[in-house]
Design a protein around this ligand. Structure first.
Ligand code: AMP
Ligand code: GLY
Length: 422
């Protein structure tokens, strides 16, 4: 089978490595790819959001399956366009990807189908939003841009001034563009956060091993939010009892709700959960694999990933026995100094050969490129150094040991990934 992966981060590298292990997959392609993915897949110089370009390439080169990994092409309807040409895909159609593409849609869905989520109101202009926040007068308060915003569309305002600044910057300064035409103002919840990715073909729901993301740039969860600075799996807070509850109260009701709305979801549905004192709540849905959650979850998958993708496309996921290693994994993100604000690229990365020889370590490339035969930094998040161990402690020790062998100018990484406090 010839498979094309759309996207070029650490998540796509993890998907590519798993697909490569499938005896069914003979050729892998990736657009636009990166220096790490290039080692196992043929790079295709087409942008991940270029629907026509991807369809054209897939047709001309007879791809047997296209895996659309990032949110924007999914929300833009890349899967619909590929299916119209008879090309097999992994990922939801645009109508179902709306579960991530619009917070207003997903909040209204949860309300309508009684899926636990923070209480909220929707606003279409800044004045009404601010009037409401003033009247409510409870802080912190959470303000969310409706549309996609590179994972940065959420503002947690500690007081009225911050809330007003937040509403103005989203709705008037349009810092997230059209994504800020509507905002959701919601109740602030507390509790440990859990990410659960789930395979679903709209009939069967198979949750993967749970994980924990660390979104802030600094140790002790300080500083601005990032795309994710490290992950562990499984999530120590996610007990079997909690998993059972989430399946009954959240996962299955979400699948049923999407079917009722005429938007059957096929692909990987990501549940961003918070385990509040009142029970598990949905903080957000994503219509895709998480990044860097995928880098810790997929290494624990024992079942052939291509077989799973194929079964989802054909809506026979119930036939597949999805199995997991009874181990733990940890991923430490090495980022460019300055990220998530301004940072420099083009820095040579050393130590990758040493680490390649280490057992149980995989270095997923996120923002890398090849320059004059050398691997250099090419993004904010550069590498995801991942280890599998018998338990979390072992996985973390191994991942940090490997990080110590890798160097580039101004590299930044968190020293406290997997530290469970909260
Ligand atoms: P999101 O982009 O929706 O994942 O939100 C980013 C982060 O903001 C989440 O991981 C939470 O830590 C935080 N967050 C979002 N909504 C809430 C909420 N209602 N209460 C508390 N924290 C929240
Ligand atoms: N790690 C969070 C996300 O993928 O949205």
């Amino acid at each position: 089978m010839k498979v094309l992966i759309v996207g070029s981060g650490g998540r796509e590298h993890a998907i590519a490595l798993k697909l490569k292990q499938s005896p069914k997959v003979t050729e892998l392609y990736c657009c636009p790819s990166n220096a790490g993915i290039n080692q196992i897949a043929t790079p295709v110089p087409v942008k991940a959001t270029d629907i026509d370009g991807v369809v054209k390439f897939a047709k001309a080169n007879h791809m047997d399956m296209v895996v659309v990994a990032p949110d924007d092409p999914l929300v833009l309807g890349m899967v619909d366009a590929l299916n119209q040409e008879g090309i097999k895909t992994f990922g939801p159609r645009g109508e179902a990807a709306l579960i991530e593409g619009s917070k207003v849609f997903s909040k209204n869905l949860m309300k309508k189908y009684h899926i636990p989520t923070a209480a909220y109101e929707v606003f279409y202009d800044a004045k009404s939003a601010i009037d409401y926040i003033k009247e409510r007068n409870e802080f912190p308060v959470v303000i969310k841009a409706d549309g996609l915003a590179l994972g940065k569309g959420v503002i947690i305002a500690e007081d009225l001034t911050q809330a007003m600044d937040g509403v103005h910057s989203i709705m008037e300064d349009k810092i997230f563009g059209e994504s800020g035409n509507q905002v959701v103002v919601e109740e602030y919840l507390t509790g440990p956060e859990v990410s659960v990715l789930a395979f679903t073909d709209s009939k069967t729901m198979v949750p993967m091993v749970s994980s924990m993301d660390h979104k802030r740039i600094g140790d002790g969860d300080t500083g601005p939010n990032t795309g994710g600075m490290g992950t562990i799996a499984p999530n120590p807070y996610y007990t079997p009892e909690m998993a059972k509850r989430c399946m009954e109260e959240i996962f299955l009701p979400t699948m049923a709700a999407m079917n009722k709305e005429g938007r059957p979801f096929k692909g990987c549905l990501y549940f961003g959960l918070m385990l509040t004192p009142k029970g598990p709540y949905v903080i957000e849905y994503n219509c895709r694999f998480g990044d860097p959650e995928t880098q810790v979850v997929l290494p624990l998958l024992k079942t052939d990933l291509y077989e799973i993708f194929d079964a989802i496309y054909e809506e026979r996921l119930s036939e597949i026995d999805v199995q997991w290693e009874d181990k733990a994994s940890a991923c430490v993100i090495m980022a460019s100094g300055g990220y998530p604000k301004k940072y420099e690229t083009g820095k040579e990365i050393s130590g990758l050969e040493d680490v390649a020889a280490m057992k149980v370590i995989t270095v997923y490339h996120a923002g890398t490129a090849l320059k004059d035969g050398k691997i250099v930094t090419a993004g904010g998040r550069v590498l995801g150094v991942t280890a599998v161990g018998d338990d979390l402690k072992q996985a973390l020790a191994k991942a940090y040991d490997a990080v110590g062998h890798i160097h580039f100018d101004a590299a930044h990484y968190r020293k406290d990934i997997g530290t469970v406090k909260r």
